[in-house]
Design a protein around this ligand. Structure first.
Ligand code: CP
Ligand code: NVA
Length: 306
């Protein structure tokens, strides 16, 4: 049987996402009551990291253990992946020894080649193009704080990177709007973002216009992993795209601020915003754990009844 993968946000339907958000709530509440829940007893997750991570590694490793399974960490430097073993061969071998694989890598094409040769589900833990687990947690966080996201407006200020692309895909699946403002030359590429159309997003030259009336204001680093050589040019180009208190005032009074983290205070976000009353970044980070536990359970066991 072909395994079910989560390589981009749109790999899940709206109905499946609704189920996952409910499941995340149930799993989180149980965890908060210190009640053990081990549906993945004896199952093994392999985590492959070709880029650095704090949250993704921690949330997947802790989450798998909390579900009764175990997690194995591999990186490029200490495995044969860094010495030129074909991705297809690695996928054949790794997926014969594990039940689910999470990969953080560079081009999306790498994870697609891996999944095409994998006997077990593959989860995208971030590629140059997408970061679907992040947006799963972010949308759960929005629902937890403010209720359904359908019809709401998300303002994305900054780089049209992997996290931005994933917000744009999520808007199509869950029927909300994204107002994007990037500096000239860094605009959204709809094809790279994997969009069906342009109905759910609008681009604004002025970041204040993108923020106006938003229910959620969010951003990310100006220089993503793998693009470090462009850092100097990016810092100059993005200087006017910082989310500060004035920009938050343009959004709705009850707008929340999110950031996938790690953040650079004084660059993409002012300290007054990320450390301010509208910021939900710590809940957002914690929810990576709960949302991914629901995802692991779903990919390995399908829908379960509590
Ligand atoms: N947000 C996120 O994916 O963080 P890490 O890079 O620390 O995993
Ligand atoms: N856009 C960032 C996200 C880090 C979690 C990067 O790819 O480096």
């Amino acid at each position: 049987m072909t395994p079910r993968h989560f390589l981009q946000f749109k790999d899940l339907t709206r109905a499946e996402l609704a189920y996952l958000f409910e499941r995340t709530r149930w799993i989180k509440d149980k965890f908060k009551r210190y009640e053990a829940y081990h549906p993945l007893h004896d199952r093994t997750l392999v985590m492959i990291f070709e880029k650095a991570s704090t949250r993704t590694r921690l949330s997947f490793e802790a989450g798998m253990q909390q579900l009764g399974g175990s997690a194995i960490y591999l990186n490029t430097r200490d495995s044969q992946l860094g010495r030129g073993e074909p991705v297809e061969d690695a996928a054949q071998v790794i997926s014969r020894m594990s039940d689910v694989v999470m990969i953080r890598t560079f081009e999306q094409e790498i994870i697609e080649r891996f999944s095409a040769n994998s006997r077990v589900p593959v989860i995208n833990g971030l590629t140059n193009e997408y970061h679907p687990c992040q947006i799963l947690a972010d949308i759960f966080t929005f629902i937890e704080q403010r209720g359904p996201i359908q019809g709401k407006t998300v303002a994305w200020i900054g780089d049209s990177n992997n996290v931005c692309n994933t917000w744009l895909q999520a808007a199509e699946v869950l029927d909300f709007n994204v107002h994007v403002s990037t500096p000239p030359g860094y605009e959204v590429e709809p094809e790279r973002a994997g969009l069906y159309g342009t109905d759910h997003f609008e681009e604004f030259a002025d970041p204040m216009d993108a923020a106006r009336g938003a229910d959620l204001v969010t951003t990310d680093v100006w220089t993503s992993m793998g693009f470090e050589a462009e850092n100097e040019a990016r810092c100059k180009a993005f200087a006017d795209w910082q989310i500060d208190g004035e920009m938050m005032k343009a959004a709705k009074p009850d707008a929340v601020f999110m950031h996938c983290l790690p953040a650079h205070r004084g660059e993409e976000v002012a300290a007054e915003v990320i450390d301010g009353a509208q910021s939900v970044v710590w809940d957002e980070a914690e929810n990576r754990l709960h949302a991914q536990k629901a995802l692991l359970e779903f990919l390995l066991l399908g829908r379960v009844q509590p």
